[in-house]
Design a protein around this ligand. Structure first.
Ligand SMILES: Nc1ncnc2c1ncn2[C@@H]1O[C@H](COP(=O)(O)OP(=O)(O)OP(=O)(O)O)[C@@H](O)[C@H]1O
Ligand SMILES: Nc1nc2c(ncn2[C@@H]2O[C@H](COP(=O)(O)O)[C@@H](O)[C@H]2O)c(=O)[nH]1
Length: 197
């Protein structure tokens, strides 16, 4: 039998906390679902991404995103400080590596809310990650939500809907699909997947 180092308890692989990636088309409701889940369960740790996008009204630096300049993003990328990054609808977004690694090393579950390109990169570098796809009840409802949010001008909505067609076609690449009909139901399902005890 293999020796166990003094003071450590081996964690069986099937209960080891996992990295969960939540993806889905822009406007499907990822942030809404995650916010609902974290209101009830603030212990679920969500990575805060860096982005070159300008803040929307009410968005706070360090809470919703780290809002960075193009130069700062160039440096984060060049220094290898991002676990993954992607360009989405004219802006760059990336996951700061250190905070994620620290949580995983402490055995804490980690949740990333990122786009399809990022999800694919995480799958390559961390095949043990579980990929969850959030799907809209219908295309019409997705358009309604993205437009109704009122945060982007029409040309940006068009870009995001073009990206959405590609993202919806990639659903079979994901381990699990949740359909966002009810925020409450999906938040409960996601909590179970994130495996917080
Ligand atoms: N189940 C739902 N039923 C009706 N409206 C919803 C539902 N979930 C989210 N919404 C609404 O849809 C809009 C888009 O939601 P949200 O901003 O959370 O999407 P997102 O997937 O995070 O988008 P993005 O990828 O662009 O950041 C919001 O106005 C939100 O209130
Ligand atoms: N690849 C990554 N995608 C990310 C990251 N953070 C957010 N996102 C995704 O970008 C789009 C647009 O977001 P928005 O806030 O401008 O509406 C959306 O799909 C996010 O999930 C990241 O670090 N990496």
């Amino acid at each position: 039998m293999a020796a166990t180092p003094r003071g450590t308890t081996p964690v069986p692989p099937d209960v080891r906390p996992r990295l969960t990636v939540l993806s889905g088309p822009s406007g499907v409701g990822k942030s809404t679902v995650v916010a609902h889940m974290r209101k009830e369960h603030p212990e679920v740790w969500l990575s805060v991404s860096a982005t070159t996008r300008k803040p929307r009204p009410g968005e706070q630096h360090g809470v919703h995103y780290f809002f960075v300049s193009d130069d700062e993003m160039d440096k984060l990328i060049a220094n290898g400080e991002l676990l993954e990054w992607a360009e989405f609808a004219g802006n760059r977004y990336g996951t700061p590596r250190a905070a994620v690694q620290e949580r995983l090393e402490n055995g804490e579950p980690v949740l990333l809310e990122i786009d399809l390109q990022g999800a694919r990169l995480v799958r390559e570098s961390m095949p043990e990650a579980q990929l969850v796809f959030l799907a809209p009840p219908s295309w019409e409802e997705l358009v309604r939500r993205l437009t109704g949010r009122g945060t982007e001008p029409p040309e940006v909505i068009e870009r995001r809907l073009e990206a959405a067609k590609i993202e919806l076609a990639a659903e079979p690449e994901f381990d699990t699909t949740l359909v966002n009909t009810s925020v409450e139901d999906v938040a409960r399902e996601l909590l179970a997947l994130v495996d917080v005890v």
